[in-house]
Structures are given as structure tokens and as C-alpha cells.
Ligand binder design. Structure first.
Ligand SMILES: Nc1ncnc2c1ncn2[C@@H]1O[C@H](COP(=O)(O)OP(=O)(O)OP(=O)(O)O)[C@@H](O)[C@H]1O
Ligand SMILES: [Mg+2]
Length: 542
């Protein structure tokens, strides 16, 4: 409708067109036509009515409407124009070159002028500068009136465009998450084979050749790096499983410092400071590495080439009031603090930094770093605090829970006479697991999938523990678990490279179930098995 009436206005000059208008019962025209010649008062009153109608619509329509005469003076600037662009009619009238206000780039101005001259009534997208100097995305169409003036009608689509951008971005992340999720399963299987075989080799080698030992250690380290890479990719799909365990923050930070230094230009120095006594924290090593990498990268960007990056490890006490704010438990925490002397943040940036996709690094940032940090810290039962002063720097403190039983390693059961059934579809993985467990003194049987295992576990089975892959052809680990009678079912230790949320949620509820993330170190596997068997012993004794 809006796009039509100015053209109809132009038509008003021709009598046939007027007739056509009347047939359509347009408010504008019929009232004029009804006026008999010579009745001026009636004409004026009709004009007033029409003017009133027009003004009410124009002022209250949720679209921007403006009019500039052929000399470039502003004649009409409705309320929506004022709301969206910030300028009042008086301000626009007082301005010599209103176009320059809205389009600071001369090239843009030229393009806009060309379109204004054409005034073809087509809506096109423009990037318009508002009074607060922010740029808005707006659709505008221009129409020429018979008196030579220009009417422009526009609406703001900035929010819509921003949402579309975010949606595209999150769809991209989701696709990436699905892709890596699918890959992670196979990839983690391969890494587990590499890692486990290398560890078997390392044990067998003893003190033989230093050169071979070094090579084996390199293989183990590379497999470890591969595993952490997969973890990072999985974090995007939010299907990362964290294994919380006692960690020594200072040792970890010292271990990572060289990797951080490689990330930073020479003129940025890294300084690690730690309290003398720091209790162990409860955290996932991969997650902590990932978090610190993100924070160090942010600090690097903020320091613009030079400065001091502090990594501090200290004890902190969280009071109940602060705990409520941070959504964590009050009490003692270990803080790993990343402190930079970079550009800092103003209040607006500081308030928005945890928003997904919020970034001030145009084109260079995804704005996912801090949301990931926040999510991973929450998942570990910790919290994040940020302090920042523009021009002075930023301090991000990662608050980790203190591990209460850090030194009390669980008593492991002896392996003698214990029977483990390994259910795993990957033959190489079955072989190496058998090697490791046999070396430890366990009796080992293997099955290539859930259905075979089900046959084996029905009736008398004498199996103490099932070490079971989650994803397998024919029958998955969860299906196997559920197909067995809970009264005679042995304990299960699931290993998985890519836990699907659904399957995980189901089996997590069962207390006789433990889960180990692939790829695991031999130590982790053995202590998980040892702990489960020890719990069985305790249950029998109690
Ligand atoms: N140490 C810091 N100093 C100053 N500003 C920071 C600091 N850390 C984060 N910010 C601000 O918070 C914003 C969001 O950070 P975040 O890590 O989530 O995204 P990003 O670094 O912009 O992009 P990405 O991490 O995805 O590459 C940054 O764009 C920056 O404005
Ligand atoms: Mg970042």
C-alpha cells in the first residue's frame, strides 16, 4: 500500500485516474470529489480532515517516513525516523548536508544520490549512521511526488540481520559439532590403539635403548596431543565429557607455560607466580588447558604486541554472598589467574564478554572463547571472575574447587583371579587391552560386540567386570547393559570416544556403571578397574 499511493497521487492530475480512484473508494480522493464547486468552506474542512488523517497515519506508523523537497530541505520527518536515527526534525532542518550525516563515506553518498534520483519505489538495503554514531541496517524505498519532492519510506532490519548472522554462525558450529562428533569416535579409537601400544612398548623396553625409548615417548606425546585436539573440537559441539580428577594447578601451569610462550610475540613476557602451598584442584586437565589457551589468546590480543602476562596460582576464599553471585559453593578455592596489562575493557564490553558470539575483534574473533571458558568452568563446579580497567588491563580468575581427597588415592583391589570381559568391536583395541590386562594379572576374555557378549553373560558367567565399548554394531553397550538381568549383571566400565548424550544420560543414572573417556592412559584404565573391583570387595565384606 505504502509503495502505491504516491504514484496514485501523481495520477490525480488526470481525470480518468480520478474516476478510477473513486471507484476504489480511496479516502483521499472521494472526499475531494464530493465537494461541489464554489463551496470553499467545505473544501477546507475536507482538506483538514484529510490532512489530519494523513498526519495521524504518518506519525504513528511503525515505519520511517521522510520528505525532502527538490532543494534538499527536509519537509517531513516522522516519529519513527526520530526513534530509529536519533535526530529530530529541527536537527535535520538545521543541517546543510543531511546525507553526509547518514552516509559518512562519499562513495556511499554517491550511490544513494543516484538511487534517490531514480526514485523507483524499490526497497533496498542501506547502512545508515545514526546520531549515536552506530551503524544501522535499513531498507529504504524512494518515491517522487508531482511537486518534485522525494518521499522515502524505510524500516530498520539491524536486529533481524544480527539474529540471522548469529543463526548462521550457530548452525555452522552445530554442523562442525556433528562432523567432529562423528569423527571423534573413530579417531579416538585409533588414538587409543596408538597410545596403548606405545605404552606397552615403553614398559617392555625397560632400560634397553635410550633412542627407542625417546621415540616411544614421542609417540605417546603425539597421541596425547591428538586426543586434546579432538577434545577441543568436541567442545564446540558441547558433547565433551569431562573427567574430573585431582590436579596440581602449579605443575600444570608450569608445564603449559612454554606452549603459551610460543603463542605470544617475543615482547610479551610470561611470569608464573604461585603460593607455596596449593592444594590439589578437582578439574579436567584437557578442559583447563583449553580454558587457559583461550585466556592467553585474549590477553595477547589485548596487549597489542608487548607487556607482561601474569599467571598466578593462589588460594582464595569465597564468601556466601559472592558464592551466590557466582553460582558456586562458598569455601576454599584455588584460583588460576590470567593477568594482562593490555587495553582492558569498558563496562559495556565487560558486561557482554560471556555472550556467545560477542566479539570486538571484527572479522577475527568468533566470540566463542569466553562462553566456552564459562561453560567449562561451570561444568567443573568452578566459577570465573573478571576485573578490568580500560587502559590498564584485565584479570580473569578461574576458581577451582579444592580436591578433598586428593592425597587419599583409592585402595585398588588385587587383580589375582579376577575375570574381565572386554567387549569391543575394534580388533586392534581388543588385542592391546588384553595384553595390558593380562600383564596386570587379570584373566581376560573378549567379545566383538554386544550380542556375543549377551550370549556369554546369560546364566553362569563368573565375570567380575565388563569393559565395554559404547558404540558397536548389532548391539551397543547400553543395549547390552539393559538386556541383562540387574541381579546377576556384573559391573560395567564403559569406554567411549564419543558419548552421545542420550545413551550417557541413561546409564549414568545407574550406580554400578563407570565411564572412561577414550583415549585413556594405561594408568587411568587400571585405576578405574581397580576402584570398581575394590568397591565390589567392600560390598561383599560389608
Ligand atoms: N583480556 C582481555 N582484555 C580485553 N578485552 C577482552 C579480554 N578478554 C576478552 N575480551 C573482550 O571480550 C570479547 C569476547 O572474548 P571471546 O574470547 O569470547 O571472543 P574473541 O576473543 O573476540 O573471539 P574468539 O575467542 O572466538 O577468537 C573480546 O572480543 C574482547 O572484546
Ligand atoms: Mg577469545
Amino acid at each position: 500500500l505504502v509503495g502505491r499511493w504516491p504514484r496514485e497521487l501523481r495520477d490525480l492530475r488526470e481525470p480518468e485516474a480520478r474516476l478510477r480512484q473513486r471507484r476504489r473508494a480511496s479516502w483521499f480522493v472521494t472526499s475531494f470529489d464530493a465537494v461541489a464547486p464554489g463551496r470553499t468552506e467545505e473544501l477546507i474542512s475536507e482538506l483538514r480532515k484529510s490532512e489530519e488523517l494523513f498526519r495521524t497515519i504518518c506519525e504513528n506508523a511503525p515505519v520511517m517516513i521522510d520528505q525532502f523537497d527538490d532543494a534538499g530541505h527536509c519537509r517531513l520527518w516522522n516519529r519513527e525516523c526520530e526513534r530509529q536515527l536519533g535526530y529530530t526534525l529541527a536537527e535535520i532542518e538545521a543541517c546543510d548536508d543531511p546525507l553526509a550525516l547518514f552516509y559518512p563515506d562519499p562513495a556511499d553518498r554517491e550511490r544513494v544520490l543516484e538511487r534517490l534520483t531514480r526514485a523507483d519505489g524499490e526497497f533496498r538495503e542501506y547502512r545508515v549512521r545514526a546520531k549515536d554514531q552506530s551503524f544501522r541496517t535499513q531498507m529504504w524505498a524512494d518515491f517522487r511526488l508531482p511537486d518534485g519532492s522525494l518521499i522515502s519510506v524505510g524500516h530498520d532490519v539491524s536486529d533481524q540481520r544480527a539474529t540471522e548472522g548469529q543463526l548462521r554462525q550457530s548452525q555452522k558450529m552445530e554442523a562442525l559439532g556433528q562432523l567432529t562428533g562423528g569423527m571423534a569416535h573413530d579417531f579416538n579409537n585409533l588414538l587409543t590403539i596408538v597410545l596403548a601400544n606405545a605404552e606397552v612398548l615403553e614398559r617392555e623396553l625397560g632400560a634397553s635403548s635410550a633412542l627407542v625409548q625417546t621415540s616411544v615417548r614421542e609417540i605417546i606425546a603425539a597421541a596425547g596431543r591428538g586426543a586434546s585436539l579432538i577434545r577441543k573440537l568436541l567442545a564446540f559441539g558441547r558433547n565433551q565429557m569431562l573427567a574430573l580428577q585431582p590436579l596440581h594447578a602449579t605443575a600444570l601451569v608450569n608445564e603449559l607455560a612454554p606452549a603459551f610462550a610460543r603463542l605470544l610475540p617475543d615482547a610479551i613476557r610470561v611470569r608464573v607466580e604461585a603460593d607455596a602451598t596449593i592444594p590439589a584442584i578437582r578439574a579436567d586437565q584437557g578442559a583447563v588447558e583449553q580454558i587457559l589457551m583461550n585466556l592467553v589468546t585474549n590477553a595477547r590480543d589485548a596487549m597489542q604486541g608487548a607487556g607482561v602476562l601474569g599467571l598466578l596460582i593462589e588460594r582464595r576464599w569465597v564468601e556466601p554472598a559472592q558464592a551466590r553471585r557466582l553460582h558456586c559453593q562458598p569455601g576454599e578455592y584455588v584460583a588460576i589467574v590470567v593477568r594482562d596489562d593490555g587495553v582492558g575493557m569498558d563496562d559495556v564490553t565487560r558486561a557482554r564478554m560471556f555472550e556467545p558470539f560477542f566479539t570486538t575483534k571484527k572479522g577475527a574473533g568468533t566470540g566463542l572463547g569466553m562462553p566456552m571458558v564459562f561453560g567449562l568452568m561451570a561444568q567443573q563446579g568452578g566459577a570465573v571472575t573478571v576485573e578490568s580497567t580500560p587502559g590498564e588491563g584485565t584479570e580473569v580468575a578461574l576458581m577451582f574447587q579444592v580436591e578433598a581427597t586428593a592425597s587419599a588415592r583409592p585402595e585398588l583391589a588385587s587383580s589375582g583371579g579376577r575375570k574381565i570381559l572386554v567387549v569391543e568391536d575394534e580388533a586392534a583395541l581388543r588385542r592391546v587391552t588384553t595384553t595390558i590386562l593380562s600383564q596386570e594379572g587379570y584373566e581376560v576374555e573378549t567379545m566383538p560386540d554386544g550380542l556375543y557378549a549377551l550370549e556369554r553373560l546369560r546364566g553362569e558367567h563368573q565375570i567380575d567386570l565388563v569393559l565395554c565399548d559404547l558404540t558397536m554394531p548389532r548391539m551397543s553397550g547400553v543395549q547390552l547393559f539393559e538386556a541383562l538381568d540387574p541381579n546377576t549383571r556384573p559391573s560395567f566400565l564403559f569406554v567411549t570416544g564419543h558419548p552421545t548424550d542420550e545413551a550417557m544420560a541413561k546409564i549414568r543414572r545407574d550406580e554400578t556403571v563407570q565411564i572412561l573417556q577414550k583415549p585413556y592412559k594405561v594408568d587411568q584404565l587400571l585405576s578405574a578397574i581397580g576402584a570398581i573391583l575394590a568397591a565390589q570387595d567392600e560390598a561383599v565384606a560389608g
